[in-house]
Design a protein. Structure first.
Length: 537
């Protein structure tokens, strides 16, 4: 006899991708167990940009304001990128409002991005997950292995405090366990691409007075070009905590707790007392798994794709994976979705991952030392002229890395078993501009309904039918009746003529992940069945 389930879903790894999946499932009442072998504490996490799309997910989960409260420098702190010869040297260029962190209202999205350490984002997500009755968190718990059959999966876990092992029965198991994923090894997935693009260090240190010791003004990141130690440096948290990331160190040079302070002083040209808090060595790679799934076992986040951390994509892509897989698993488990939902996960996400990896790799190809030229630190008119030309070149080469809406919001799904068969999506442009589109496969264009309420706020956790002005009553009645007959959650939203500028079709069906499923002029219940992954009637 089949053993009764202990949980619907077991999630291995409580980083941002695993927490996103737990929140997505938990807000729908799906019983899930989230395990993590570590406590997820400390200074080491490298991600610092929570982008506009991730913050929009946080808005859906009801925690965007909480993250804003924890901003170490306030949400009004300028998210500028300053390019300097060295922190104690000359300013060459400044790129303003990197990643759209400015809190001013924007028609293209409901939530601005935020410069905040990853561990604070994890704290907010973890607290929210812990409040959900259907989510169980277990830290200091290690994933040992899993088996599966046609009815479910058995996951073996170990309590690291007691060494006690047990087996957990579930419907699905998801590996959100990072770049060294044990789940990836279990399902036999292989990472392909380019490994070892560069060897890097992330140093976190306390430096009282460093912000006042240079004259370049406030910024979230300073690119130091001087070949003594080309690097990135910037404020990370309150309490005078900074990060330092040397780029392309010479072979044989290592950064340790003992020598990091001297290297930072040499790179900045500023001699002040420093306290090294942590050093973290890592390798930049562009890798993607050859498959994301084996039956009831799935991979999300770094377990199936790795990006060079230039452009701020990696952690945010993992959150998006969790949000995507979450509603699809919920559809199967709640009975209103069909198997094509799970087939769509890899088909859709791989397209985005490949585009983002290419974008991040292109950013990584031009680092601090690539922007250096002799004479940039020279005094006088000759040095000024060289610096002016260098600044122009920097803006041309690096602006796209920090003005990323075209990548963050503009990626469209173009091949999927739950999209119309003729879907081509809208290809992301060759520049960083974002052009909203209500074509199937694209993110539903954002609209403000009033001063504070977003169209996304009206969507809820199920499907949404967006109708233009006039003549929508019959469509809404028919769609509501069809959805009820199939048990599919749906809400209907009617826009005014001004609000419907980005919605040219009379009817637009939006999925629970806020991507467009279908648009047209005449309602047909079959489009809802197809979008929910159900076989044709």
């Amino acid at each position: 006899m089949t053993r009764e389930r202990d949980h619907d879903v077991v999630i291995v790894g409580a980083g941002p991708s695993g927490l996103a999946l737990a929140l997505e499932l938990g807000m729908r009442g799906i019983d899930c167990l989230l395990i993590e072998r570590n406590h997820r504490v400390g200074y080491a996490p490298r991600a610092k940009t929570t982008n506009v799309r991730t913050r929009t997910h946080l808005r859906r989960w009801g925690i965007a304001d909480r993250l804003a409260e924890l901003s170490p420098f306030g949400v009004d702190y300028p998210s500028d990128i300053a390019f300097v010869t060295r922190l104690g040297g000359q300013l060459l260029a400044r790129i303003a409002n990197a990643s759209n962190c400015a809190p001013a209202r924007d028609d293209r999205y409901p939530e601005h991005a935020q410069w905040i350490p990853q561990y604070k984002l994890e704290q907010v997500m973890r607290e929210a997950a812990d409040r959900l009755p259907s989510v169980t968190l277990r830290f200091s718990t290690e994933f040992i292995g899993a088996t599966q059959d046609e009815d479910g999966a058995e996951v073996r876990i170990s309590d690291l405090a007691t060494s006690a092992e047990r087996s957990v029965r579930c419907a699905y198991a998801v590996g959100a366990d990072g770049s060294r994923s044990a789940m990836r090894g279990l399902i036999g997935a292989k990472m392909t691409g380019k490994h070892g693009l560069s060897r890097n260090y992330n140093v976190v240190f306390r430096a009282p007075g460093l912000a006042q010791a240079h004259g370049h003004g406030r910024a979230t990141m300073y690119w130091q070009l001087d070949p003594v130690a080309p690097s990135l440096i910037g404020p990370m948290d309150s309490g005078d905590i900074w990060f330092f990331m040397p780029t392309r160190l010479p072979d044989g040079v290592q950064v340790t707790m003992e020598n990091a302070a001297d290297l930072i002083r040499r790179s900045t040209g500023i001699d002040i007392p420093l306290e090294i808090l942590s050093t973290d060595e890592w390798v930049a790679s562009s890798l993607i798994a050859d498959r994301y799934r084996d039956g009831r076992l799935f991979l999300i986040g770094d377990a199936c794709h790795l990006h060079p951390p230039f452009g701020g994509y990696g952690m945010n892509m993992g959150v998006a994976d969790g949000a995507d897989l979450g509603w699809k698993l919920a559809g199967l488990l709640q009975g209103w979705g069909g198997p094509a939902l799970l087939d769509s996960y890899e088909a859709e996400r791989r397209t985005i991952h490949e585009e983002v990896i290419a974008e991040a790799a292109a950013n990584h190809a031009v680092l601090s030392n690539d922007l250096w030229s002799e004479g940039l630190d020279a005094p006088g008119a000759e040095g000024d002229a060289l610096r002016a030309r260098a600044g122009e070149r920097i803006v041309v080469l690096k602006s796209r890395e920090f003005h990323t809406l075209g990548t963050v919001l503009g990626g469209c799904y173009r091949s999927s078993p739950i999209l119309p068969p003729d879907t081509t999506g809208t290809a992301r442009g060759e520049d960083s501009a974002y052009q909203p589109s209500s074509a199937p496969g694209c993110l539903a264009p954002h609209v403000w309904l009033d001063e504070t309420r977003s169209l996304y706020d009206a969507f809820g956790t199920g499907f949404a039918l967006v109708c233009g002005p006039g003549g929508a009553e019959d469509v809404i009645a028919a769609a509501t009746m069809d959805a009820a007959a199939m048990g599919i959650p749906i809400v209907c939203v009617q826009l005014t003529a001004d609000q419907a500028a980005h919605y040219p079709a009379a009817i637009t069906l939006v999925r629970p992940d806020q991507y467009v499923a279908w648009r047209g002029e005449i309602w047909d219940a079959s489009v809802l069945r197809h979008a929910a992954g159900l076989p044709a009637a």
